[in-house]
Design a protein around this ligand. Structure first.
Ligand SMILES: [Zn+2]
Length: 374
């Protein structure tokens, strides 16, 4: 544990209540102790002058694959703290029958905090990527029940793509949602190539459930042929269903995203879907966030969509905000100016003039990364 640290003159993202203007943030014993203006340096504390740069909560990436025992797995620290992501949430790489191996090998060994969606498929994505295409692959109530109370598990993951469900169609998705309801869990559903068709999937979901890859550019997505948001998605949002980005290899299309933003249907969270095959295209979560800056969004809002909003959507009470009592996961950002071209999953260009770059990363009060100069 470090001695106390006092950040001076920071612009805050993710503060509760929302703080305008420059603020000071005091960190003591691994938690945020005080947020205010003109805070005095106490004895033994170190001051870090943020010089008007953005200070955000440590990012929380809602959708990554960090179980090397599964087909697409990276290690959490490859996509985690070095890029300002202090918490990653694995999206169902493991199921109930290999979850303990995942914990031992891929959670306990990493500096980055790892939480997880548990797959409805018994062995998650270990072995094959058609994990829901046969009845014997689906987990039973008894297999899943212990994980409903596991503090590492945020909910159940279901992938609703034709390549995943095969001849089973929407049936495993229906059964998975029903199982999650029995267990009192939320679900995160991946949507992609139909069938199952998006309206049918959305009809199963309720408040707090999450759709990931919501803004993909494949046929049968979130837009009608005339470019409006499909009514089933509008109704789902009314019910409290949440829509996540999940960039990935083939699941983020800037033309779709732009139309949705124009219609007032922005994302409820921005995640990367980083895995072995997508990392060369996605890069990291800050690069994904920079694409939203290029789409015209404000840096504070973008950072909150990958931290505060994720924690709130998942009920992670002590993470994802700058407020007294919260865990001191904090990232100091530099906004780097300069023209560059960024690309979505489908190769469409985005002209970027501003990028987010982490210059200091703190997790639980400990500085894990510090660039030479702020
Ligand atoms: Zn994924």
């Amino acid at each position: 544990m470090t001695q106390g640290i006092l950040f001076k003159n920071a612009r805050l993202a993710g503060s509760i209540p929302s703080f305008r203007g420059l603020a000071d943030v005091r960190v003591r014993d691994g938690v945020i102790a005080e947020v205010g203006t003109n805070l005095e340096l106490s004895e033994g504390e170190t001051a870090i002058d943020a010089r008007g740069n953005l200070l955000s909560p440590g990012l929380v990436d809602l959708h990554v694959h960090v179980y090397p025992g599964a087909v697409l797995g990276l290690m959490a620290d490859e996509v985690g703290y070095r890029t300002g992501v202090t918490t990653v949430i694995d999206a169902g790489s493991a199921g109930p029958l290999n979850f303990q191996e995942f914990v031992d090998r891929a959670i306990l060994t990493q500096k980055t905090r790892v939480l997880s969606w548990i797959n409805f498929a018994r062995y998650g994505l270990a072995g094959s990527l058609s994990e829901l295409d046969a009845p014997e692959k689906l987990a039973t109530y008894d297999e899943l029940e212990p994980f409903a109370r596991n503090e590492l598990v945020v909910g159940m993951k279901l992938r609703a793509s034709s390549s995943v469900v095969g001849k089973m169609g929407i049936e495993p998705i229906r059964q998975g949602v029903a199982m999650a309801r029995r267990l009192g869990m939320r679900v995160m559903v991946h949507v992609g190539n139909a069938p199952p068709h998006l309206p049918d999937v959305l009809s199963l979901l309720g408040a707090g459930d999450i759709v990931t890859h919501a803004f993909h550019g494949k046929p049968g997505g979130i837009l009608t042929e005339s470019g409006d948001v499909i009514p089933e998605a509008m109704e789902a949002r009314e019910r409290g269903v949440l829509f996540d980005v999940g960039h990935g290899n083939a699941s983020f299309n800037v033309n779709v995203m732009r139309k949705c933003l124009d219609k007032g249907f922005g994302p409820d969270s921005i995640s990367s879907d980083l895995h072995l095959q997508s990392i060369s295209k996605v890069g990291d979560l800050p690069l994904t966030l920079s694409k939203f800056l290029a789409l015209g969004m404000d840096p504070v809002e973008v950072l909150e969509l990958a931290s505060t909003r994720v924690a709130k959507n998942l009920g992670l009470n002590s993470l994802g905000a700058i407020a007294p009592g919260y865990v001191a996961d904090l990232v100091l950002w530099r906004l780097v100016e300069g023209e560059s071209l960024l690309f979505d999953s489908d190769g469409n260009e985005l002209k970027s003039t501003l990028r987010l770059a982490p210059v200091m990363v703190m997790k639980g009060g400990e500085i894990l990364l510090s660039a030479q100069e702020v």
